[in-house]
Ligand binder design. Structure first.
Ligand code: ADP
Length: 625
């Protein structure tokens, strides 16, 4: 969120960019909007002009035909304008309601394409949430959406003010009749009128700006509250995972305390905004009343001096009434637009986040002999914004076709090693090579297509199973079924009511199939196998599996990964024995490497220590069991 005050030139630039942006999203919107504005204005003034003519006709005893003609023009014209307005408004509001939807789609595309490191940044995540909160939770709908509606209202009220100015000049011409005999009085009158007008409008503008500033301040204070409320209500109490914890640890009171407290803070902000808005409206009301009182006094004087007709009073009173209404609206909308600029900026700040990752152009060599080699050379890495090195002077080399197991304590840097290998992050120091070439030089997408990964925090979305495995709308059915069978899901496959078209989970489709955590993990493994990439990386792939399923994965591991290079991460040493190459990581350094049999002989090594500690628990289990 931008903390410093925006300069006037920045406010103009951001809003023009926003208006342009909306135009590109839905070009029709402005065309419909401007046509509608013209109709609104026509509708207002049509009534005033022809009503004034009609009143004069009646008072002056005009011929019946003239009265009928003017009545037909008044009513007929108004009806035609009204029907046209009704049809256009229908389409306009339909298009207008799409603005946020389309703007939101741009945000979604951006978030899926931005450098991965931004995804792990709290400030970027908060920015995304706040943009959403401003647009959806905030009653005023701040941001791009608000800009669209306010911009059109600004044009509408601006045109009305302009039209009214024209009438004011006309009125001034007529009023000269009253002061014909005393020109000095006329000058004084015009001077006083202008002074009063400027003072009143200045006061209105000041009150509007102060109220608007306070309203937006309250809006901003609500953003962290919205964030927390979303977390507690959507990501915590409503999920099955946390539901268990809530019940087991009887967290109900604790959570109710926090949620009620948040809502009460939110309500107090909403009430303050309501009060500020009422004060703003009251000021506008007072100013409008004083000013219209003044104008009615002038009009009355003019009628008494026969300067204007009674019909004209209808016209002027109507116009002045509209003028005041639109003047207040203009001030309100322009101050609102000013405050809203911050949220339009937030939207563009998000879209403008630059992808910093160097994306090379070298094509990845397609080798039939599968002779790929990976080397980490003196790689050091710390996460953005952190001073702690997670990997330090990390050097290893491995070749395709090998099975590399990476073991180490929790937090030792195993997953980070994979993130660097897959270029989700780049090293802070050192290089990573594929066949002797720095991986940054390869075409990014081609390089990524070398890897299939099952991350420990994998997610299976509620798409049909086949699409989930293939990660695409169109896919090869036999290949998808084969991957599912290899991952150990033959039984599930037989039970599916619609085969691969069966949606996973019943959240969005009652015909879906609910799968267990272990089955979901197998679907994630099938997804990795389907893609048939030279590298398969499994990060704690058996965490959700029962011992039998885990055993099945190990025993069939060679069959599963075939000639591919497999990197297998686990903190459980017993599950890595089947790999002929084991790498031990500790505090971000590669400290040992070898087969299980060679590592277990290094009595001073971490592997020996970890193995014995873990084995002790298994043995204890055996003894007691
Ligand atoms: P392992 O997979 O061995 O359990 P990780 O590679 O996940 O370990 O984490 C290594 C260290 O990096 C841990 O101290 C962890 O807290 C830290 N870490 C992981 N992800 C991030 C992140 N996005 N930002 C900052 N620190 C992180």
């Amino acid at each position: 969120m931008a903390e410093k005050k925006l300069k006037a030139s920045e406010i103009v630039r951001i809003n023009i960019r926003g208006i342009n942006f909306i135009y590109k999203l839905i070009p029709w919107n402005y065309f419909l909007g401007f046509t509608l504005i013209t109709i609104w204005i026509l509708m207002d003034y049509w009534t005033y002009i022809f009503l004034a003519a009609l009143v004069d006709n009646i008072i002056n005893g005009a011929a019946r035909e003239v009265v009928i003609k003017n009545t037909v023009i008044l009513v007929g014209g108004h009806t035609v304008i009204f029907v046209t307005h009704w049809i256009l408004a229908h389409y306009f509001y339909y298009c207008g309601s799409n603005v946020w939807e389309l703007a939101n789609t741009q945000l979604n595309k951006k978030i899926m394409d931005m450098d991965y490191e931004y995804m792990e940044s709290k400030s970027i995540q908060n920015l995304r949430r706040d943009i959403d909160s401003m647009a959806r939770d905030n009653a005023d709908g701040g941001g791009i959406n608000k800009l669209f509606w306010n911009f059109l209202q600004l044009i509408h009220s601006g045109i009305n003010i302009f039209v009214m100015l024209f009438y004011t000049i006309y009125l001034a011409g007529k009023s000269s009749v009253v002061f014909r005999e005393e020109p000095a009085k006329a000058v004084l009158f015009v001077f006083l009128f202008i002074i009063i007008f400027i003072l009143l409008m200045g006061l209105a503008l000041y009150k509007n700006k102060t109220a608007q500033k306070n309203i937006y301040k309250k809006n901003e204070e609500m953003l962290p509250l919205f964030r927390q409320i979303h977390f507690y209500t959507e990501e915590y109490i409503s999920t099955e995972k946390c539901g268990k914890i809530i019940r087991m640890f009887r967290q109900q009171n604790l959570l109710s305390y926090y949620i009620e407290d948040l809502f009460s803070k939110l309500n107090s902000k909403i009430n303050s905004i309501g009060r500020l808005d009422e004060i703003r409206n009251a000021w506008s009301g007072i100013i409008e009343t004083v000013f219209s009182g003044l104008v009615y006094f002038i009009l009355g004087t003019m009628v008494l001096n026969n300067a204007i007709s009674i019909g004209s009073v209808c016209l002027y009173a109507g116009c002045i009434n509209r003028f005041l209404f639109y003047f207040s609206k203009f001030m309100r909308v322009s101050t609102d637009l000013d405050g809203n600029t911050k949220y339009v900026k937030m939207y563009f700040d998000f879209l403008d986040i630059p992808n910093k990752k160097y994306k090379g152009t070298l094509p990845v060599e397609k080798r039939d002999d599968n002779k790929f080699s990976i080397e980490f050379r003196n790689v050091s890495f710390r996460y953005p914004g952190s001073s702690k090195y997670v990997l330090k002077d990390f050097s290893i080399k491995f070749n395709i076709g090998e099975r590399l197991a990476v073991v180490g304590k929790n937090g030792s840097g195993k997953t980070t090693f994979i993130k660097l290998l897959c270029r989700l992050y780049d090293p802070v120091e050192g290089e990573i090579f594929l066949n002797g070439i720095d991986i940054k030089k390869y075409d990014y997408k081609e390089y990524l297509s070398l890897f299939s990964v099952v991350f420990q925090d994998f997610k299976i979305p509620a798409f049909p199973l086949g699409q989930n495995v293939a990660a695409s709308m169109e896919y090869n059915k036999e290949k998808a079924e084969d991957a599912l069978r290899r991952a150990g899901l033959s039984t599930l496959l037989e039970k599916l009511p619609y085969g691969l078209d069966t949606p996973v989970y019943t959240d969005f489709d009652k015909n879906g199939v609910d799968i267990s955590g272990g089955e979901a993990q197998k679907v994630a493994i099938a997804r990795a196998l389907y893609h048939d990439t030279p590298f398969v990386i499994l990060d704690e792939p058996t965490a959700a599996l029962d011992p039998l399923a885990e055993y099945e994965i190990y025993s069939k591991f060679d069959e599963l990964v075939g000639t591919k290079t497999a990197v297998y991460i686990s903190h459980r040493l017993s599950s890595c024995q089947f790999c002929n190459d084991i790498l031990v990581i500790d505090e971000g350094r590669a400290i040992q490497r070898g087969t299980h049999n060679s590592l277990i002989k290094e009595k001073d090594g971490l592997y020996y220590k970890l193995w014995n500690t873990q084995a002790k628990y298994y043995k204890t289990g055996n003894e007691t069991g």
